[in-house]
Design a protein around this ligand. Sequence first.
Ligand SMILES: [Zn+2]
Ligand SMILES: [Zn+2]
Ligand SMILES: [Zn+2]
Length: 145
Amino acid sequence: MADDPQYADALKSVGLRVTRPRMAVMHAVEHHPHADTEVIINAARDEQPDISRQTVYDALNALTATGLVRRIQPAGHLARYESRVNDNHHHIVCRSCGVVADVDCAVGEAPCLTASDDLGFDVDEAEVIFWGLCPDCTLQTRSHP
Ligand SMILES: [Zn+2]
Ligand SMILES: [Zn+2]
Ligand SMILES: [Zn+2]
């Protein structure tokens, strides 16, 4: 349920006020990993039918800004959201249907790639997205050449 105390504790831990819309959005993100905003709005409305789109957008922005939720935005795709935030995992995206899946980082710590020359920057992240065709789309391509 969206009023699970773990959501209230998480909100307090980052200094956010505990509100029902924020808890509904956290619940929706946790149960729909890599969902886009539309899916999250619909899931949040299952919990709170009167929640507005703007309220969901505001909640997602606050949750993302405080690190409770991670936003991923593969090039050419809508932003997706997930609650798996405390690791440096990567994503694999299907070029055809856009499905997104998690890939554990082989190194674990960011940045997991070493720049050949960091040009004096204090590098803290390497943005890694794996692209390809998912198994379903690969099958379709083979059966409908
Ligand atoms: Zn696909
Ligand atoms: Zn993920
Ligand atoms: Zn990595």
